[in-house]
Write a protein that binds this ligand. Structure first.
Ligand SMILES: [Fe+2]
Length: 197
């Protein structure tokens, strides 16, 4: 029985010698799997408010489908970036931004594993017949030594995605288990080093 990582590595190394079909080391990878291309940038839009509260629950007592957004901030080597700021803002379920206060706005810092987790309200679509935005979230992300990333996140299977000129499938969240009025979404941000940005 293999009872240590060293033994597993030794076994894997042996198997790798017998032919190209055995790849046991892949299952032992400690580095999280990520797409190492930096997350695409998008415009800030007109509704950013600086100096948001530091908090994870942005729901602000508003009605709508609760959206839990979690993920990590990584560098282009797929390593976690701790203490990166993640500043999230969005409109409510009816497509309205709170431009006087901080409803549905807030920031937090990633933990030692680069993780963040917000609870907010799933945004609605907004605009008119000539300029319609599909549901999206706005976000600014920055780690120490990285350029500031300003971008937006989108949701799969939204009917308006293809009609929104800003929509980018590289910015789709992954939808996880959803219960009743709560939907779980995840997204990993990949930040370049300052010299790469
Ligand atoms: Fe927006």
């Amino acid at each position: 029985m293999l009872n240590s990582r060293r033994q597993l590595l030794q076994a894997g190394a042996g198997l790798l010698l017998v032919g190209p079909v055995a790849h046991p080391l892949q299952a032992l990878a400690q580095t999280p799997v990520c797409d190492d291309s930096p997350t695409p940038r998008q415009i800030e839009g007109p509704f950013y408010t600086p100096q948001t509260p530091k908090r994870s629950d942005l729901t602000s007592g508003l009605s709508g489908q609760v959206l839990v957004l979690e993920g990590r901030v990584l560098n282009t080597q797929c390593q976690p970036i701790a203490n990166a700021i993640v500043d999230l803002w969005g409109c409510d379920a009816q497509g309205n931004y709170d431009n006087k206060g901080f409803k549905l706005r807030g920031h937090q810092f990633t933990d030692s594993q680069g993780r963040f987790r917000f609870q907010t309200i799933k945004p609605g679509a907004y605009g008119n017949s000539s300029f319609r935005r599909t549901p999206h979230l706005h976000v600014k992300v920055q780690g120490q030594g990285t350029p500031l990333l300003t971008t937006q996140l989108y949701f799969p299977d939204e009917p308006l995605n293809q009609q929104d000129g800003f929509y980018n499938p590289a910015l789709l969240v992954q939808i996880g288990e959803s219960k009743a009025q709560t939907v779980l979404a995840s997204f990993d941000f990949v930040l370049p080093a300052r010299s790469e940005g």
